[in-house]
Design a protein around this ligand. Sequence first.
Ligand code: SAM
Length: 310
Amino acid sequence: MDVDQRVEEIQSDGAQRHAAQDTRVRTIVQGENLDVLRALPDGCVALCYVDPPFNTGRTQRLRRLRTRRDTDGDRTGFAGKRYRSEVVSVSQFADSFADLPGYLEPRLREARRVLRPDGSLFVHLDPRESHYVKILLDQIFGRDSFQNEIVWAYDYGARTKTRWPAKHDTILWYARDPSHYVFGYEAMDRLPYAAPGLVGPEKAARGKTPTDVWWQTIVPTNGRERTGYATQKPLAILTRIVAVHSRPGDLVLDFFAGSGTTGEAAARAGRDFLLVDSNPEAVRVMRKRLAFAAPKTLTLRQFVAAGGPV
Ligand SMILES: C[S@@+](CC[C@H](N)C(=O)[O-])C[C@H]1O[C@@H](n2cnc3c(N)ncnc32)[C@H](O)[C@@H]1O
């Protein structure tokens, strides 16, 4: 089966799911994102956006346990049976620039696996590590799959007097298949021309298309959009990504979901969403923010037991 047939098949599956209203995926999972990713089937996600954490200065540790029956085990379970738990791995990362690619690698490999043949991945970074992660993504996706480095430029906050004030983030876009991906040119928002008198009334009324430099203010500290979650990103950034890189009914994934900005952009545009975060506070914020879309909230165990989102 060629890529076009596979995409058609997936889109027709999506259309059938949407014919029955209650099968839409609007799900928040509280859990370790690598476990959630591993529970997802191949090729189920149209668009994935992630904004991983970095530079908290803390060491993050993750212990994986396996429990097996053992008559001399240290724990008693159902019907008095004895079990023993053993640590299968301890993964740990210093939340610092040097270790970020190592931490992200297994997650980004899974992200590629779960993307649809015409799907895209967006990774939100800051200029101190975007180049390390770009090399990693080139290795995982292939250099041809790199489509854009989007610069989100803002102009807010203190200005250092010792170097140029750093006022931008970097968003790397990779298409799973560089010859076949969703890019809804007509769905793009338009911007006013700086000198509308020079382009004629028709063009001036339509506005110009954005470039790879996106000027967008940060989430205003006292605006309605503000959830109180420290690392919240502007809804306008995610609204543009969702509009151009997915279609109605598609599944949008964010496995570092935080306050759920991706979920809000997806829900308001009629897309499905799967949001993952290990932090209970993030899940609380997302549930409140996305109440209008009535999402399901699942633990990792419930998510795996349900067989994933699709
Ligand atoms: C920078 S924030 C994302 C902010 C989000 N883009 C927004 O607009 O609110 C990163 C999130 O990743 C979550 N996180 C970090 N490591 C994780 C992991 N291994 N599994 C799941 N979530 C994780 C953190 O709890 C945090 O909420």
